[in-house]
Structure formats: C-alpha cells, structure tokens
Design a protein around this ligand. Sequence first.
Ligand code: ATP
Length: 352
Amino acid sequence: MRLLVLPGDGIGPEITSATQAVLRAASKRFDLGLEMDEHDVGHASLRQHGTTVRPELLDLARTADGVMLGPTATFDFKDEAKGQINPSKFFRKELDLFANVRPARTYPGMKSPVEDFDLVVVRENTEGFYADRNMEQGNGEILVTPDVVISLRRITRQCCERIAEAACALAARRRKRLTVVHKANVLKIGDGMFLDICRATVARYPGIEMDAVIVDAMMAHVVRHPSRYDVIVTTNMFGDILSDLTAELSGSLGLGGSLNAGATHAMAQAAHGSAPDIAGQDVANPFSLILSAVLLLDWHGERHQAARFGEAARAIETGITQAIAAGKATRDVGGTLGTAAVGEALAALIAN
Ligand code: ATP
C-alpha cells in the first residue's frame, strides 16, 4: 500500500509523525507492505514553492493507494492567485471525494458528558453551501453591492444519490439504522430532493430502518440521546457542523477521525483544524489522524479484498481503546502523555 503523506500546518506535523509510527508498526505485524511518500503542503509549501499545493501532488495522489492529509491552516489561505489554495478542498474536489465519513463514539474509562454511543456521520462533500467547490468556474459567494452578499447552495440528484448509497451500504454493515438530517421545511426543493432520494435508496436495502430529522431539532436529539443513532446522512454544511458536535460529545475533538472517499480514491484527514493554539507543544491528540488512517486501511482492504488491512485496522482501534483506559493518551482524553509518546506507546502495543 502506497500512501501520499502531507503533514500540513499547526499540529499537523506532530500528529502525522505519531500516526506514521503506528502505521509502521501495523505494517510490520500485518505484512501491509506500507510505503509512505511525504511532501509539504500548506505554509511550508507556500514558503518553499510559492503555493500551498504543488500541482504535481495531484498526480502523486492519483497514483497512490491513499492520501493522508494533516490539518492545514485553511483560514490563512484566502487568495488562490497568490498560491493560497485550500489543500483540503483541492484534493476533495480534484479526486471527487464525495463521501466524508466521520465516526464518533465513547470510550470506556473516559469521562463523557453524555451516555455511551457509537455513530457515524456521512456527509456529502462536493457541493451544498461550499462556495469554493460548487461552481465549475468562479465562486458561489457573490458580493452584489458592498452591503449585499448572495451565497449559492448547489444540490444535485447525482450527488444525493451517491451519498445516500454510501450511507445505506455503511448502515447495512452496522446496526441497520439510517437517520437523514435535513431542512426540507425551509429548503423545500433542495433538501426535499435529498430526502426523497434517501427514501428511495433505503427502499432498495431490505432491513434498514430510516427516520428523518430536521437539522435544528437534531442538535438537541443527538445531545440528549446519541445512542439512538447509528448512521446519519446529511448535506455538506449540516454534516460539517453536526460531526464536530458528535466528535466533541465523544470527549474531545482530538478523537474525530474522518475519511474522504470517492469511487476510486480516498483521503484520511482528521475532522478538526490545525489548532494553532497548541501547535509545537507536544500536547495534540494524534488519535484523530490515527483513526482516520484506520478508516483508510479498511477502505483499501475492502477494495482489494485483502483481510489483513481490516485486521490491522481492528488492532489499532483496540489499541486506542486500551491506551485511553490505561491513561496512555494525551491530556484532552484524560491521559498523561505527549503526542509523540502516545504514538510510540500505541506502536509498541500493536507490535506485540
Ligand atoms: P483552524 O483555524 O485550522 O480551523 P482552530 O483552532 O480554529 O484551527 P480546531 O483546530 O478545530 O480549530 O480546534 C478547535 C479547538 O480544539 C482548539 O482549542 C484546539 O486546541 C482543540 N483541538 C483541535 N484538535 C485537537 C487535537 N488533535 N488534540 C487536542 N486538542 C485539539
């Protein structure tokens, strides 16, 4: 398995290095033949090459078996003409990574503000309210006059169909419950179509139970009873917000792993940002990126029908559960170790 590794900004390099230590140990034990090809993106690349993402990285991403992207300083990158491209948007759009899969769960031994739960948010990733990706050319946000802004939201049948299909396939492998989160009472046409397509897709999956919840009500429901939910499917921006909430409910944003998956490519990426407030202090939780890598191993294993990738993924997940219970984790999840030591401890656990 050949991975393109892009450490990114802020805490990116620290959590990437810890993740690589874990992946090396998993590769050795499960014979994954993992090769990691590392390149700069974000500020490091802007300083060195005048752009946050060199175009040749796209070819490398296309020919690799997967991409691992650390968080980048998205907020700093405002002007594409000055080479300030949002790397996350770039790869999601260019590789057509339409499904953003974001699991969230509680762990034994860790204080959580809510009851135990285990759910996955499946978020559409290529259109919706995202002004930087819903146009062929130009941008979906328009300054009409200095005091008037119009933001366009794009919803297409094809994108609704493929995200509904991805969510149903996942629900069929889990507890067979699908919750569609929408705002069809206000966005009647766009979210109405999304909801209809989800219903039609579920009808082709016998045994899956579906319910539909309006996004604002969902914020209360998921905080009150997260254990009710299994797979949640929603449009781009609702999924972005909801999945940060579910990651935080699990105890820390530092547990928020995510995969951006398309038909032929996938990119592991932590759900959180570059956390400049804690960068360079060896305190960032690397589990978010390690859990993202776990999703990538599963995706690759399923695609190539190679069980050892799934076995490696399960061993890493079990290791994380044990590490949290034993306090061999960072302070945000009740542990006492630094970022690098967490990676080393987990790698040692997997090696044995
Ligand atoms: P950006 O501008 O890149 O989005 P941000 O700091 O605004 O960065 P996040 O990176 O998502 O947004 O961070 C939100 C909060 O969560 C911060 O206080 C940060 O320190 C904390 N946080 C995020 N990721 C982690 C992590 N892996 N481990 C520990 N704390 C984290």
